[in-house]
Design a protein around this ligand. Sequence first.
Ligand code: SF4
Length: 284
Amino acid sequence: ETLGVVGESGCGKTTCGRTVLGLYDRTDGEVLYRGKDVHKLKGEERKQFTKHAQIIFQDPYASLDPKMKVQDIIAEGIRAHGLAKSEKEIKERVNELLVTVGLDAQYGERYIHEFSGGQRQRIGIARALAVEPEFIVCDEPISALDVSIQAQIVNLLDKLQEEKGLTYMFIAHDLSMVKYISDRVMVMYLGKVVEITAADRLYEQPAHPYTQALLSAIPIPDPHVEAKKERIKMGGEIPSPVDPPKGCRFQNRCKYATERCREEEPALRLIGEDHYVACHLEDE
Ligand code: SF4
């Protein structure tokens, strides 16, 4: 499955992804992987988890060491987890990974500054795949790329998922980016999940006013439809996440806000088949 995670900057989606991986401490709740709490894993269990759960970053240039050859960057995880018996086997494995992500096997001899943004992201994907993970947090992997390259990376991730049975948590800042890759979508606002459901249902029947506003901002390629479309404007500023408003965190920007919204925080609850929403409107 691919879970798309969407929200404006500062909503906590990257923090959520890193907390799921155990890279950040949690403040509450549990993260379960095969029934075990990720934040309590120690020793060999912890090492196995870091093999099974990987991350791809938004900016591959900042996350890949410029002083290392590409083959050494990709081989790091293979060595750390003892996944090959000899240097020859490591080299063969790296070459295979480069070809898997659509690069020439000879590129292993080069340095990261010699590549374009899209190629660097392919190297970041090869590095994550090197340890044969089951789950990958894709932290805005296409946000910094040209639109023409974005589709290529999404198609590559899709193909790899099919071939290797991977699970993705795909983080993005707008709903158009996660539309084609997600099975389910989770929308976050100011540190909270406001809606989560199957991707098709979210795009066809968005229930939370924030999701509705995000969807109305996606341009439609047909100019006639686009001209007639109602765009929902969000008023007000995004409040500071360190000092969120009382009640519903979206209340200062929501046209439906009532007195209850200003006092009482809405809980995330089931409103239909696999459809969770945190909004008081659902009581009415
Ligand atoms: Fe708007 Fe109230 Fe729903 Fe919050 S709880 S989204 S303020 S209607």
